[in-house]
Design a protein around this ligand. Structure first.
Ligand SMILES: NC(=O)c1ccc[n+]([C@@H]2O[C@H](COP(=O)([O-])OP(=O)(O)OC[C@H]3O[C@@H](n4cnc5c(N)ncnc54)[C@H](O)[C@@H]3O)[C@@H](O)[C@H]2O)c1
Length: 291
């Protein structure tokens, strides 16, 4: 059984990832500075990932717990702008990710998947995106210090994989992560569409985010790749083409890769075509059926 360490496994996305990996037969270890709430399918190691020594140890061996790690999922971070100060967000997130990339390299672990963010696409889109649906094809446009950190992490991944072309570093640009209990507030978004225009009305069910993590771990890709990970639909009932035309009137709509034309019904405006094509990503959950 393969051993996978998941950083941030006590958090919102981490909980779903621990379940997904355990259900698929992996031996899962949760590295976090906070213990998990309630039952967890993973063993827990308390760690501060801003400390390189602790990070190297956790990716190699811990007395009485394990010896050797096959792959790393790195989710631990302060997960949004505005939770703490800008510099504290950067000083926690970017060194933690450097430590994970460098410790994985030192330990000979070539399979690393980590949480980037939809924010690198230019959220909150006060400057409109170049086209809709947005995809991975244009240069990152961080607009907050949190997002700048994620952009720096993607750039670090580019160079770590240049140094070792056999390594895989996959950055998943998650949309806004939701659990089933979050869905009760969704119908209310219809009353004020501008309350969710900041991310083109996107979201991701935590369980589908976890599916994307597992598929990225299992993929045979090498090098650095970034993927947008969102639900198939938006948080709205108004059709996507109508929202785009009303709130982003000067932004061109692009045909999707299948050439069928852009934006059918309530289709996501955060393109997941690349993840579908290269990872086999197939989201299973929508707020419309309450998960
Ligand atoms: N929640 C979202 O909407 C969203 C959207 C896009 C990307 N992301 C990214 O996904 C990841 C997970 O987000 P989440 O919503 O589950 O966050 P969360 O806050 O629920 O969980 C993050 C976990 O990381 C741990 N952590 C933070 N810094 C640490 C450190 N230095 N050492 C050890 N543990 C540390 C925390 O204790 C927490 O348990 C983050 O990288 C976040 O930036 C989240």
């Amino acid at each position: 059984m393969k051993r996978i360490v998941v950083t941030g496994g006590s958090g919102k996305l981490g909980r779903a990832v621990l379940n997904e990996l355990a259900e698929h037969g992996y031996d899962v270890v949760n590295l976090d500075r906070m213990p998990p709430r309630g039952q967890s399918p993973a063993s827990f190691i308390r760690i501060d990932l801003t400390d390189y020594g602790q990070t190297v140890e956790a990716l190699t061996s811990i007395d009485d717990r394990y010896n050797g790690v096959d792959a790393v999922v790195h989710l631990a971070a302060i997960p949004a702008p505005g939770i703490t100060t800008n510099s504290a967000t950067f000083a926690n997130n970017v060194p933690s990710t450097y430590n994970i990339f460098a410790a994985a390299r030192a330990a000979g672990i070539t399979n690393v998947v980590w949480a980037s963010s939809e924010t690198v696409l230019g959220l909150p889109f006060e400057t409109p995106p170049p086209y809709i649906p947005v995809d991975e094809e244009y240069t990152v446009r961080p607009e907050s210090t949190y997002s700048l950190g994620k952009a720096v992490e993607e750039e670090m991944a580019r160079h770590f994989t240049r140094w070792d072309p056999t390594a895989k570093l996959i950055g998943l640009r998650f949309s806004n992560v939701m659990e089933v209990e979050d869905y009760e507030k969704f119908p209310g978004f219809e009353n004020d569409p501008t309350s969710r225009s900041w991310n083109l009305w996107g979201y991701i069910d935590a369980r589908d985010g976890a599916q994307a993590v597992r598929l990225a771990l299992e993929s045979s890709i090498t090098g650095f790749e970034a993927f947008i990970i969102a639900a198939e639909d938006t948080v709205m009932s108004t059709p996507s083409a109508e929202l785009a035309a009303r709130y982003f009137p000067d932004v061109p709509l692009r045909a999707s890769v299948d050439g069928v034309g852009a934006l059918h019904g309530v289709e996501t405006m955060l393109s997941i075509d690349k993840a579908k094509r290269m990872l086999g990503y197939a989201p299973q959950h929508s707020w419309r059926v309450l998960g």
